[in-house]
Design a binder for this molecule. Structure first.
Ligand SMILES: Nc1ncnc2c1ncn2[C@@H]1O[C@H](COP(=O)(O)OP(=O)(O)OP(=O)(O)O)[C@@H](O)[C@H]1O
Ligand SMILES: [Mg+2]
Length: 353
């Protein structure tokens, strides 16, 4: 991993009317390089998120130290001149400076134009982890992220309230997204029940999740706020010498304590068989219970975890693409097993997730 000399402690945001050549942006962010030529070689990195124009890896030599520098530039398209969540998050990222669990690549700064946000951060090297194997480490990292970001939010002046309000998970621009609306998939499940006797009348039983998730949402809204990353995928994590590096804040929100655990377990549930999932879930929850500071009510955090777990798992397991995929791979018995597991949660307390 290589960072430029003296990376800023807190990322800065600069405003420009239009984009300039790359070297000009780098000079603006790192004034100690002013007047010095930068010989930059660049390469595109694979990215999929909507609104991301590109992600690029730039290499050059630090003119002050002669050391190699590797920087990632992420360009995010703006809608109606509104900045991305990710760029907004980087303005607050100094709050994570004291982290001991996760490592976060240093952010050199953000350039905002009316049309895009350009985020410059340190390039990280490492291996993508096996997601079920890092449950414990993730639990410790998430508990720390929640603790640090909660304290940061508590300390924010009133003037910041509108910005933080707009980033809250419970705003309609997030809640209306398909991924948080499994109820829309119910007709597809009813159809599956008509075609395949193993799935008959399941749609009716899944209806119970609609009032249940509403109730969990009502409770979560009133619980402690924190920043939630919400995107614990293999491609967003790197392991290097036992350290976990977390990148990609494109799904970040002002969430609630417990949400990130639900996001991780929800995406694990989608990808793994039940035995592997259940073992990782146990590891995660045991470590998370221990790591969560006492001033957060553990039972409420676990209910919040269940809320996001259910939203994520139900959406992924019920959507038509998933039904097609399991059908094609002749894995319908596994899908049925996952449905049984989910249906079993209707009657159990969230704290035994
Ligand atoms: N700081 C970094 N260090 C090393 N590699 C990075 C860094 N930032 C991004 N990358 C690489 O670029 C890829 C895309 O970046 P990122 O995840 O931020 O964009 P994205 O558009 O949100 O992508 P996706 O939706 O595919 O996750 C990452 O999966 C990773 O391989
Ligand atoms: Mg990513």
């Amino acid at each position: 991993m290589t960072a430029p000399s003296r990376p800023p402690a807190v990322s800065k945001t600069l405003y420009r009317w239009q984009r300039a050549p790359l070297a000009e942006h780098l000079h603006a962010l790192m004034p100690q390089w002013a007047g010095q030529a930068l010989d930059i070689s660049s390469q595109d990195l694979a990215s999929n998120a909507s609104f991301v124009n590109y992600v690029r890896h730039h290499r050059f030599t630090d003119p002050c130290t002669g050391q190699p520098v590797e920087v990632v530039e992420k360009s995010i398209r703006k809608v109606a001149l509104l900045g991305s969540q990710e760029a907004r998050f980087h303005r607050e990222a100094g709050m994570l400076a004291g982290s001991t669990q996760f490592r976060y690549p240093a952010c050199l700064g953000v350039i905002e134009t009316p049309w895009e946000s350009l985020i410059f951060s340190e390039f990280v090297r490492g291996k993508p982890p096996r997601m079920q194997a890092i449950a414990r480490q993730l639990a410790l990292g998430i508990a720390e992220l929640e603790q640090l970001s909660h304290a940061h939010l508590q300390a924010q002046p009133l003037a910041k309230a509108p910005l933080l309000w707009s980033m809250d998970f419970f705003r309609p621009w997030f809640l209306l997204r398909p991924r948080f609306n499994f109820a829309r998939c119910m007709p597809g499940l009813a159809q599956l029940g008509r075609e395949d006797a193993r799935f008959a009348s399941l749609a009716q039983r899944f209806e119970a999740f609609i009032p249940l998730t509403r109730q969990l949402a009502r409770e979560a809204r009133r619980s402690p706020r924190c920043f939630s990353h919400m995107d614990y995928l293999r491609k967003n994590l790197f392991v290097d010498k036992g350290q976990l590096h977390l990148i990609d804040w494109s799904e970040v929100k002002v969430g609630r304590v417990g949400f990130d655990g639900g996001a991780y377990l929800g995406s694990l549930f989608r990808r793994k068989d039940m035995a592997m999932y259940l073992a990782a879930q146990d590891d995660f929850i045991n470590a998370y219970r221990e790591a969560l500071p006492p001033h957060f009510a553990t039972e409420q955090a676990l209910r919040n975890m269940r809320y996001v777990f259910l939203l994520t798992a139900l959406f992924h397991c019920l959507r038509p693409e998933t039904l097609d995929e399991y059908r094609e791979r002749e894995r319908m018995p596994l899908l049925r097993e996952k449905y049984d597991y989910l249906l079993g949660l209707v009657a159990t307390d969230a704290t035994s997730l």
